[in-house]
Design a protein around this ligand. Structure first.
Ligand SMILES: [Zn+2]
Length: 760
């Protein structure tokens, strides 16, 4: 489900420039002694980590990828199960206590797919990615899932076509200005600029009866470089499969909130809210070209035009299209592989690490480039264990199934083990594929400082400097003046916030487990996302040919796991968390002000007659409606609670500094255990039982995906989502509820500070 190309580093995310600089947020500065370690335990840890990093062998990643990507291995396929069993055997061989946990999930696979132009001329879309002679697995046609969008409703529709650009909400506002309605039409949208599942959803909300999504060469084809197999970019017949499951909740559509075990109570398919309302299919640009060429009507706005050699028209018609989708709506098994290395001193505290193993087809990059790194971590940790390394905490390695259709394996697993996870889980560290280039991390900001420190201790394979240094300098090269100043001043680079693009979602958003998502990217000059060509041949020619960044990912992930597993006190940093939440609150205020300014200005222009004076009478243009200017919103409760949170973070930091002043912690083991439990609980306090107002499965009040953006995060979604819908009163009514959880978090942090000060 993850969009590799959207894993851009987090500076790009922020909707406003930072207004204030974080005080150097670190609990301690790195290098001499690790956070949460005594001088002595730190130097032992450093030795083990060094051994670990030296033990990671790039060629093991290559051979694992060769094995796991040898055949298509989507949910329900024979090779998916075969891979799960192979992974199970590997984890056991490495000394882990491993098992497979299976669930039964709804996973539709296509039975019939038609896209055809029926007038003014006729053309039948091929809907097939051809085998290529140089690419040895591209001819496994009998085992490949056809190009389709999973969880599209069945349908058979014929209607005029309308081109809707990326098919996001703002594109429909532009269509309104052009006087074009999609009511009763089939829309064609290009991939990109938001999660694909939003496209059929918004199309349906605007009255369309079908949706086609195509890959424009501007976004991932020849506009970017040579196409496959000469280069790495998507060729003319390449198409992007993918899930279009709606965003109410991830996981099995039939068992929201509970594990999809064999005997679970299931919804009727017709009652599952996450299946689309209109039929949808993905196509290549070779298939899209005759359709787009047959459109007339206004020429598309300049930023709507792709890289095909045509004049892009919007329609509607005269192109008329027939779209048919019919699927087998069966339950299929998913096989999660769960491997445990029991902790020696605090086995009831769990450090979890995972990547998914299922793919749309052969999936060399997505997901195996991440999976094979995670597997290699487990191998080397197993080696160290045999040499006498005994992690304090329990380590759990997870190879998830069913991520691609809708985070199925991880969500069902988290729902099944929810109460245990809430008691025991310290953190979950995810990867989902890997590339070449710069270190990237997103996550809950209590781990921001921690992952910065880990990145300081991993060497970049191309440059020989730390991956932290390289990522930091890269950000400077890309930032505007204000951001550059902050980057140079701040001890740590900021990590992005998590939406719902991968298997961390249930951990953070549903269970309140602190989470990270890590990987490398930015230098990959290729893209075959969710295509049959994302395979071993392509990956080893165009992505991370020598697996040196796969090795770096294993070094980073394994180091993070070890350092969390062995710390005397868990190295959570609440200053970074508070600083980030404060930024989110400021973004809300800025969003309100921008909306007020924008609507005030537009209303004025309407009164002045700007629109009628400038509209070209030879073109249809509809002026925007007069709108009520958004009212004042009272953010004071939120601001007050953030002040309280900052104070608690400062207090904790002071208690921490004092407690560690001598380089050792004068605390009994029970006292340390109890403080660690205090710390584990903090992230849980951000959850509410009721969840987000319109998406109750999402219980975290700070981190959530957007209902209309997908992939990306929409912080403080309870408030923000209503603001985006211009429901200002409802938005304001959510402010006190969010303030309350922030107060609760502050109380939990103060409790940890109390216990640390009391030294008991
Ligand atoms: Zn993936």
């Amino acid at each position: 489900m993850i969009a590799r190309r959207l894993l851009v580093c987090c500076l790009a995310y922020s909707i406003i420039s930072p207004l204030s600089f974080a005080q150097s947020s670190s609990v301690t500065t790195s290098s001499a002694r690790f956070d949460g370690y005594s001088t002595q335990s730190s130097s032992q840890e450093r030795d083990w980590e060094k051994k670990f990093q030296e033990g990671v062998v790039a060629n093991n990643l290559r051979e694992s990828m060769r094995r796991l990507s040898a055949r298509p291995h989507h949910v329900g396929s024979p090779y998916d199960k075969d891979n799960a069993e192979w992974l199970l055997a590997k984890f056991k061989e490495y000394g882990f206590d491993a098992r497979i946990e299976a669930f039964q999930v709804l996973f539709p696979t296509p039975r019939e797919r038609i896209v055809e132009l029926v007038s003014p001329t006729t053309f039948k879309a091929k809907l097939q990615e051809p085998a290529l002679a140089v690419d040895p697995t591209s001819n496994q046609t009998g085992e490949q899932l056809p190009t389709y969008n999973a969880y599209s409703i069945d349908g058979d529709v014929t209607a005029p076509l309308v081109y809707v650009n990326y098919g996001m909400r703002e594109d429909y506002e532009k269509l309104d200005r052009m006087g074009i309605s999609v009511k009763g039409a089939i829309v064609i949208a290009r991939y990109g600029n938001g999660w694909r599942g939003i496209k059929p959803k918004v199309a349906g909300e605007h009255g369309a009866i079908g949706c086609i999504i195509y890959s424009d060469p501007k976004d991932d084809g020849y506009f970017n470089g040579d196409d496959y197999p000469g280069g790495g970019w998507r060729p003319k017949d390449g198409a992007q499969r993918g899930s279009v499951m709606d965003t109410d909740y991830p996981g099995d559509p039939l068992t929201p909130g509970v594990g999809a075990t064999a005997d679970a109570k299931r919804l009727d398919i017709k009652d599952a809210k996450t299946i689309t309302r209109v039929p949808v299919l993905p196509i290549s640009y070779a298939d899209a070209l005759p359709l787009l060429s047959a459109l007339k009507g206004p020429v598309a706005p300049e930023d709507w035009r792709g890289a095909l050699a045509i004049a892009y028209h919007v329609g509607p018609g005269p192109a008329k299209v027939h779209l048919k989708v019919a699927s087998n709506w069966d339950l299929k098994p998913v096989y999660d592989v769960i491997a445990t290395l029991r902790g020696s001193e605090a086995p009831e505290q769990w450090i979890l690490r995972g990547n998914h193993h299922d793919a749309w087809v052969n999936g060399a990059e997505d997901p195996l480039s991440g999976m094979v790194a995670v597997l290699e971590e487990a191998r080397v940790l197993g080696e160290l264990h045999k040499q006498g390394w005994n992690p304090k905490r329990t380590i759990v390695y997870c190879a998830w199934d069913g991520e691609e259709p809708g985070l199925l394996g991880s969500t069902e697993w988290v729902e099944t083990h929810l109460s245990d996870l809430q008691k025991h889980a310290v953190a979950y560290i995810n990867s989902d594929g890997n590339g070449r280039g710069y270190f990237r991390a997103s996550g809950s900001h209590d781990l921001e400082h921690f992952i910065n420190d880990v990145a300081r201790d991993v060497t970049d394979p191309e440059k020989g400097i730390s991956v932290w240094q390289r990522a930091h300098l890269y950000r400077i090269s890309r930032a505007n003046a204000e951001d550059r100043a902050e980057l140079r001043k701040r001890a740590d680079f900021r990590i992005g916030s998590l939406g719902d693009g991968s298997d961390y979602t249930a951990f953070l958003d549903h269970a309140g487990v602190s989470a990270l998502n890590i990987g490398y990217g930015g230098e990959v000059d290729a893209d075959q996302y969710h295509s049959i060509y994302d395979d071993f041949y392509w990956f080893t020619h165009f992505v991370d040919s020598d697996f040196s960044y796969g090795r770096a990912l294993a070094q980073t992930g394994g180091t993070a796991v070890m350092r969390l597993a062995d710390a005397d006190l868990l190295p959570f940093d609440y200053a970074g968390q508070a600083d980030t939440i404060e930024r989110y609150e400021k973004e809300l205020e800025k969003l309100l002000k921008d909306k007020q300014d924008e609507i005030t200005e537009r209303n004025l222009e309407l009164k002045e007659g700007v629109f009628s004076a400038t509209a070209d009478p030879k073109k249809t243009s509809v002026p925007p409606p007069l709108e009520t200017v958004p009212p004042f919103m009272n953010f004071a409760p939120l601001k007050n609670s953030i002040e309280t949170l900052k104070q608690s973070a400062d207090r904790y930091q002071a208690a921490w500094t004092k407690a560690w002043a001598s380089g050792t912690l004068a605390l009994s083991q029970p006292a340390m255990d109890s403080i660690n439990l205090d710390l584990i609980r903090v992230q849980r306090t951000f959850l509410t039982e009721r969840g987000l107002p319109e998406r109750p499965w999402f219980r975290h009040q700070i981190y959530a995906p957007g209902a209309y953006t997908g992939y990306g995060a929409k912080p403080i979604a309870a408030v923000r989502e209503y603001m985006d819908q211009k429901k200002w009163k409802q938005a304001e009514a959510e402010v006190p509820g969010v303030a309350k959880v922030i107060d609760d978090a502050a109380t939990a942090i103060n409790k940890a500070a109390d216990d640390l000060e009391a030294g008991k």
